[in-house]
Design a protein around this ligand. Sequence first.
Ligand code: SF4
Length: 234
Amino acid sequence: MATLDVEWTAERLAAEAERLETAPAEEIVRWAMEQFHPDIVLACSFGAEDVVLLDMMCRVQPGAKAFYLDTGLHFRETYEVRDRIAARYPVELIQVRPELTVEEQVARYGPRLWERDPDACCRMRKVEPLQRVLKGCRAWITGIRREQAPTRARAKPVEWDAKFGLVKFNPLVRWTYKDVWNYIARHDVPYNELHDRGYPSIGCFPCTTPVREGEDPRSGRWRGKGKLECGLHA
Ligand code: SF4
């Protein structure tokens, strides 16, 4: 079991979470960068929330770090927004790959593992690579928002991540989907074009479908499989 960073006791984190509960997201990001850069990294899937955070981080800290889990199964549009982000921002973008290529996974576990056992597929292609990249960090930043899913409803602006053993910042916890898009429009932030085509939440192409009017925003992920998270925030 991972232990708390010596400087960041449970009491201190709880007090900071309370203080930051009403703080604007920009202030949470600024404070996080002041405390932890260069040992802090954004988990970036190039979704709407992540590009907002990347914009905020680069405003306060040129050279801020962001990693993306390159499962080898992303949409073309996701790679396109990655390239636009890399061209525009002074960000250190870190590509993190799974141990096995998609072809090697097929050879070892058979075709379309994501249909038969999505948890095993996510573990190999997302969770294990995430564990590797977070090992070198003291804190990470994520784009999770409370309204996204019941699994995220109790997230705090800052908390101890016992699963991965470091401090976790969630600056957008109180934001609505509309808040996210207002920020993107106000700052002209590059975003994944799939958002305009009915994809509020975007993951790997085999496990992501568009969402119909009135559906939960994350209902297009692992549709019909009873799975809500890939294991990064569980
Ligand atoms: S989202 Fe789907 S394809 Fe991507 S790692 Fe998870 S199960 Fe595999």
